[in-house]
Design a protein. Structure first.
Length: 254
């Protein structure tokens, strides 16, 4: 099993440190900043082996070059983003595999938020590092992709095993949950979940990880097939991708 340490940084970002205990190889996912990572590496006596980037936005790659300079790690990211992500050593694409010690991650291409977005799925560890494609009860804005692209990307993640833990890179859960309730107010699983989320945030605790099972039950962007959501949007019998597009449009101005 991977030892996974979330590091809250900036206003609402998470950086994730992953250590594979057999080899002691260590990776960091989307380091917005270098110093918090260096501090934990020093505290745990870990040596950084890899940086795993999901996409090119500054709050996911800002620490790349400093970490590479100070640790000698290799930077892994989408091959298609080689010109936009600083310091890439290894470029990957859909269905490629990267290995940390005894654990391996399948690369899943998830365009929508950005054109080159990828996620890292560690099947044996039951862990998904999904960047800004999927959030707890939410999904990323469509900065570079279409609603159809994002819908297809989310379907790939929705099809993963229900027990898969998802580690997204922003603490947007409270706001996402409020929007979810606005389009599906009588969803009992969602109501119960929001009680837990409010309590966690009141105690300044993270709401990650979630699971694919929880997202299937409460995330409106997974639930475009919900008759209740379709009715509330006045979109009964519309293609699911169109329902998703309307949800994303409404969330943008919520």
């Amino acid at each position: 099993m991977l030892e996974i340490i979330p590091l809250p940084v900036l206003t609402d970002n998470y950086i994730y440190l992953l250590n594979e205990p057999v080899s002691n190889e260590t990776a960091v996912v989307d380091p917005a900043l270098a110093q918090p990572v260096l501090d934990i590496l020093d505290k745990k006596n870990w040596k950084l082996t890899y940086i795993l980037n999901t996409h090119h936005h500054w709050d996911h790659v800002g620490g790349n070059l400093e970490l590479k300079q100070k640790t000698g790690c290799k930077i892994i990211a989408a091959e298609s983003d080689r010109d936009r992500i600083p310091g890439i050593d290894i470029g990957l694409k859909e269905d490629d595999v990267m290995v940390i010690g005894k654990q391996s991650a399948q690369i899943i291409s998830t365009p929508g938020h950005t054109s080159g977005h990828i996620v890292y799925y560690f099947a044996e560890d039951n862990s998904l590092f999904c960047g800004d494609t999927l959030f707890v009860m939410g999904c990323g804005r469509l900065f570079e992709g279409t609603a159809g692209q994002m819908w297809n990307s989310l379907q790939k993640l929705k099809a993963l095993p229900p027990s898969t833990r998802l580690y997204c890179t922003h603490e947007y859960t409270l706001a996402n949950g409020r929007f979810a309730l606005s389009v599906e107010p009588y969803n009992l699983a969602l109501q119960k979940r929001m009680i837990d989320v409010r309590q966690l945030r009141a105690e300044n605790k993270p709401t990650v990880p979630s699971t694919i099972e929880q997202e299937r039950a409460t995330n409106p962007f997974f639930r475009a097939d919900s008759l209740t959501i379709q009715k509330n949007l006045n979109m009964q019998s519309q293609p699911h991708v169109q329902v998703f597009a309307e949800l994303r449009k409404r969330k943008d101005s919520f």
